[in-house]
Design a protein around this ligand. Structure first.
Ligand code: SF4
Length: 702
């Protein structure tokens, strides 16, 4: 595919990637510091003593250590902490702009209760007694009708929420899609229960990435950026397989365009070449190898895979040989950030490639870890109701399935729902159906810091203090080769009438009494954290970080491995349109969009209030660069601006994720379209993952 200079520059490649995700330079740090102060609602600091304190950013799974500069006790600037074992001193623009989250106009400033269509402020006492009273009634009639949605499944805060559900008598805990969950599911499927994967990108000489947006926020973004720089210094290679010339692809040694959603087929095609040419590692895991070999060599010949993926058969063969012969090599899965529109089929196929070529538990390869082990909760006290509830099956295998079941049911499946650190009414595919499901739950309690799309659907909001106002353990996520937990400490007293959600839960449990209160006998969340993280507490509290597991490259690869002989069928994009609409991850637009970050987005992503879509000139018949168009999918329709871009495969339309918020924040709301509004989930049989990376679409002149 030919890329001209104009298209390349239009994508804002190269330097822009460095600015969005980098060990931030002094100039940019100062600029950001000025920006973060330069909003009308941010108080101007008085002169006074200058101090520095360390903490950890928890705005994404990166878990970057930060150093907070304070004047007279008030935080005025954030930069990376060079002692951080993950980043060595880097932070991204969201982290350094973290002060904005303290004063964001969309913050929930006090507990709120819905009265008709509006929220009214109430005291914490009233809020806790309202929620405890309602939950008490619900528990009498079916404790398993309390549900929970959290942003991830890691750390003590999620543990506290899950403990509340246990003591209440419900197993209905669900988490938003995440790279960590996908890696755990892959490890559990191929290596056994209680495992997860960590990729040794720091030491790899050849990274074969099946769409992982290493410079777009995949995994631990700053750690990935650092590993990218170190690989270049070592003259290692990165080959990027994806439909679009992303920042990662532009920084790679080779970009291999591949039709959206066919990454697993390409990985299996490479496996087939390795097996047919006897290029697999000696002593490779024998259990199930014969059946796997028979299946892939029959179905995934290079010619078949060329027809599916668009990658030439000769190139597939060359790629297989090059990967097999590389010294410290690793294959990594996860399109974009790896958290949405992912399939077990793809993750398992890519990990099988690592297993076949002997890259498990090897330097520069992939480590198989036991899941986080630094937390140890005492047994929850259970009364008869809790015992009975705990014995019942979960209402659904995944959050998406839960939404579908709630919408299909006449009677409420859940009578109450807690939401913590998650915005499913924005971030799941086809969020209208999620909002419809929320409307069918009689009592929703949000623990959000912001009046976001999901908090708007709540009956009561118990507002959480932000990461700069509270203590919390922050375990590293994102497939790192070293598992680290950091300690976020309060850098400032809560600016508004908010609480650490752990303290709110303890107050709620105490108000409910009985065995629920007994399960939360701590005075404060800080006391609870010290007790449950006892194994690492001394190191954590003194040094700010504790390494809980580290891949040992000298270790013997004793891990079990089971081939998935019967891979799930490939999930097809919904609809019968001729084109595929594909979401694009952008480091500047994460779930936690800040006014500063949105201001830095290129006009090739959003022009005024219009979202810009990328389309190859060969596909864009009749459309003009910069012109208006309408995209139609089986789920919705949107007016867009067109960016003709040779860096997009023909037949594909790209649209950025992270736009089109509708909540009350003029700096991030009303800008562009939420791409999720145009895509429906397609659930992969067996795994329950929403594997719809895109959807079929048509585009015409507006
Ligand atoms: S990469 Fe994530 S954790 Fe690190 S500074 Fe940025 S938002 Fe914070």
């Amino acid at each position: 595919m030919k890329i001209d200079r104009r298209s390349f520059l239009g994508l804002g490649l190269g330097a822009a990637a460095g600015i969005a995700v980098s060990p931030v330079g002094v100039k940019l740090t100062d600029d950001s510091s000025i920006w973060t102060q330069n909003w009308p609602w941010t108080p101007v600091p008085e002169d006074g003593e200058i101090t520095y304190e360390n903490s950890v950013c928890s705005l994404c799974p990166g878990s970057c250590g930060i150093s907070v500069r304070k004047i007279k006790g008030r935080p005025v600037k954030i930069e990376g902490d060079e002692n951080c074992p993950i980043t060595g001193g880097g932070a991204c623009l969201h982290g350094i702009a973290g002060l904005q989250y303290l004063y964001d106009p969309a913050r929930v400033k006090t507990p709120l209760r819905k009265n008709g269509k509006r929220f009214e402020p109430i005291s914490w006492e009233e809020a806790i007694s309202t929620v405890a009273g309602k939950l008490g009634e619900i528990r009498e009639n079916g404790s398993d009708t309390l549900g929970l949605i959290t942003g991830g499944a890691q750390g003590s805060m999620t543990g506290m929420f899950r403990r509340f559900l246990d003591a209440f008598g419900s197993s209905n805990a669900f988490a938003m899609p995440s790279l960590d969950a996908n890696l755990e599911l892959t490890a559990q499927t191929l290596h056994g229960a209680g495992k997860t994967l960590g990729f040794d990108l720091e030491n790899s000489d050849f990274v074969l990435s099946f769409g992982a947006g290493l410079l777009e926020g995949w995994g631990s973004p700053v750690a990935c950026y650092k590993a990218n720089s170190s690989r270049k210094e070592r003259h290692g290679k990165l080959y990027q397989i994806e439909p679009r010339l992303s920042n990662t692809a532009a920084n790679a040694d080779k970009w291999i365009p591949c039709k959206p959603g066919t990454e697993a087929d390409l990985a299996l095609g490479i496996c087939a070449v390795l097996l047919s040419k006897n290029l697999f590692a000696p002593g490779v895991y024998p259990g199930g190898l014969n059946r796997f070999t028979a299946n892939v060599t029959k179905q995934y010949s290079p010619e078949n895979v060329e027809a599916i993926t668009g990658v030439k058969a000769a190139d597939i063969e060359k790629l297989a040989v090059e990967f097999a012969n590389a010294k410290n090599a690793v294959a990594i899965p996860g399109r974009g950030r790896g958290d949405q529109g992912q399939s077990l089929r793809e993750f398992a196929a890519v990990q099988t490639l690592n297993a076949l070529t002997g890259r498990l538990n090897k330097k520069g390869g992939v480590f198989i870890f036991d899941k986080e082990s630094y937390l140890s909760f005492p047994e929850a006290a259970m009364d008869e109701i809790a015992e009975a509830g705990a014995g019942k099956d979960k209402q659904a295998a995944s959050l998406d399935e839960l939404v579908t079941k709630i919408n299909a049911s006449d009677a409420p499946l859940l009578n109450a729902l807690f939401v913590y650190n998650a915005n499913p009414c924005y971030a799941l595919r086809d969020p209208k159906r999620v909002k419809d499901a929320f409307k069918k739950v009689p009592f929703v309690v949000s623990f959000s810091s912001y009046l976001d799309e999901t908090a708007m659907e709540a009956d009561v909001i118990l507002p959480a203090s932000t990461f700069l106002e509270r203590m919390e353990d922050v375990p590293s996520g994102g497939g790192l080769a070293k598992q680290v937990v950091g300690l976020a400490r309060p850098m400032v007293n809560p600016v508004f009438d908010t609480k650490n959600p752990g303290d709110a839960l303890i107050a709620l449990a105490q108000a409910m009494g009985g065995t629920i209160a007994e399960s939360f006998e701590w005075e404060t969340y800080e006391e609870a954290l010290e007790a449950i993280a006892e194994s690492v507490w001394e190191t954590l509290s003194e040094e700010g970080y504790a390494v809980v597991a580290e891949g040992n490259p000298e270790g013997i690869p004793t891990t079990n491995f089971a081939y998935m002989a019967d891979m799930p069928d490939a999930v097809q994009a919904q609809g019968d349109g001729k084109l595929i609409l594909m979401p694009i991850d952008n480091m500047r637009l994460t779930g936690a969009s800040s006014p500063f970050a949105v201001k830095t987005v290129s006009d090739k992503v959003i022009a005024g209030k219009d979202v810009v879509v990328e389309i190859n000139p060969a596909t864009a018949k009749g459309l003009k660069d910069g012109g208006d168009a309408v995209i139609t999918t089986p789920v919705g329709k949107a007016k867009v601006k067109v960016f003709l871009n040779e860096g997009m495969m023909p037949g594909v339309i790209g649209m950025a994720k992270g736009l089109g918020h509708t909540y009350d924040n003029p700096y991030v709301a009303g800008k562009g379209v939420n791409v999720n509004d145009l895509i429906a989930p397609v659930i992969e049989p067996g795994s329950g993952l929403d594997a719809a990376f895109g959807i079929t679409a048509s585009i015409s002149k507006a």
